[in-house]
Design a protein around this ligand. Structure first.
Ligand code: 7TS
Length: 412
């Protein structure tokens, strides 16, 4: 089937939440890096699941349990195909990116990392891809190293031969930065790491999977984590892809129902992957909703989604430049950016910007974006951030800039 043309105005019509007024004016939603709105296709899938198929999975003999299991496992297959996973059993459903990374840090890291080992991270990353590894380093005595970023928010890889050594046990980096919008050369980094060490390579794909083509097999990473709610799916569901051999080698993360094979007094054996990592009743409806989101998004060409967001970023940067007194963070080259535009305005705190924008119906985020190392790198406590998705239009950017004009008037 040929992909559906990306007509943002038409796409918008499928998102009920975008058609409302806030503070007496039509909403402009530009906080998509935090979470996205949901299309009717996803809302209907959730509704239908709860109205018709709701049951627990993998245990019931009855019809509804079969349906729920089929829907849950069907969603796993969709997610696997969406990210190029060779095998659906390599996809573990999680609560989101954060849980996927913590799962690895505990289940893999605790047994495989020890004193003297090194963990390579980047100062560009979200706290979700920093703190679990910092905790691991503290538990094991491993040392943390960081890939620095240049003035445009791009990785500095010149000294990679010093950063990646035979002591490097783990490299964990993000595919796309949430605070700067940098699309990182992950593939090149992975190749360089592979040439120097046998470190495990983990990629935080929270800001990539929703926006651009991702193929975990082609990337040649070992694990890849992302969240459903940033790609039109429900909150509380995400996925961790990892090589089957890695999943099989790891101890479980949590114990409970669903994840065992046989339980005896002195110990237990584990279910096969991925169930070994899905203790307890999973977020079945969430998985169904995520599956529906994948099916819906798969109707589009993902290169076109990225191009659409990049075009909006370019337009926003052009208009912010006209406004003057605004510093935009991240790469200047459009090909290196996603649909995230992080900025500061002279003499105005980002929180004040966001508050005034909200009063004009424009939703953006202000703060450190859970990327305090990025803020430290640029010597700012916070930025204002507009982030686009496939349903945003140039009109949304115009409304943003118009509201920023008001901010400018108020703060002189
Ligand atoms: N990694 C990146 C790159 C992210 O942007 C986020 C969330 C996470 C991990 C964590 O995802 P979660 O679904 O597990 O919470 N980023 C943001 C943001 O930029 N604003 O709010 C959440």
């Amino acid at each position: 089937m040929s992909p559906r043309a990306l007509d943002a105005a038409a796409v918008r019509a499928e998102f009920p939440a975008l058609h409302q007024e806030v503070h007496g004016v039509p909403l402009v939603y530009l906080d998509n890096a935090a979470t996205t709105q949901k299309p009717v296709a996803v809302l209907d899938a959730l509704d239908a699941y709860y109205r018709r198929d709701n049951a627990n999975v993998h245990r019931g003999i009855h019809e509804l349990s079969r349906r729920a299991t089929d829907a849950y496992e069907g969603a796993r297959a969709k997610v696997a195909a969406w990210i190029g996973a060779p095998d659906a059993a390599e996809v573990v459903f999680t609560r989101g990116t954060t849980e996927g990374l913590n799962l690895l840090a505990w289940a893999w890291g605790t047994a495989r990392v020890s004193e003297g080992d090194e963990i390579l991270l980047s100062v560009q990353d979200h706290h979700s891809n920093l703190v679990p590894w910092q905790l691991l380093a503290r538990r094991t005595g491993a040392a943390l190293r960081y890939v620095e970023i240049d003035d445009e928010g791009r990785w500095i890889l010149d000294d990679l031969h010093e950063l990646v050594t035979e002591r490097t046990r783990l490299v964990a980096v993000s595919h796309v930065s949430n605070a700067l919008g940098t699309v990182n050369p992950v593939s090149a980094l992975i190749d360089a790491v592979r040439a120097r060490s046998d470190a495990l390579v983990v990629v935080d794909g929270a800001q990539a999977v929703p926006h651009l083509p991702v193929d975990v097999a082609a990337l040649d990473c070992d694990a890849y984590a992302f969240s459903g709610h940033k790609m039109c799916g429900p909150t509380g569901i995400g996925a961790l892809w990892a090589r089957r051999s890695l999943l099989e080698d790891m101890e479980p993360f949590q114990g409970g129902g669903e994840m065992i094979s046989v339980v005896e007094r002195e110990g237990s054996t584990w279910a096969s992957v991925p169930h070994k990592f899905e203790a307890g009743t999973p977020n079945i409806a969430g998985a169904v909703g995520l599956g529906a989101a994948v099916s819906w998004l798969a109707g589009f060409d993902r290169n076109e989604i990225l191009a659409h967001e990049q075009a909006l970023s370019a337009y926003a940067m052009e208009r912010l430049d006209e406004l003057g007194g605004i510093r935009v963070f991240g790469p200047t080259r459009l090909e290196e950016r996603s649909g995230v535009v992080s900025f500061t305005m002279e003499g105005t705190h980002p929180h004040d910007i966001a508050t005034i924008l909200d009063s004009r119906g424009v939703a953006i985020r202000a703060g450190h974006h859970c990327a305090q190392l990025v803020m430290q790198r640029y010597g700012t406590p916070a930025t204002a951030r507009a982030s686009f998705y496939l349903y945003n239009t140039r009109d949304d950017v115009d409304r943003l800039v118009e509201a920023l004009g008001t901010v400018r008037e108020i703060f002189g």
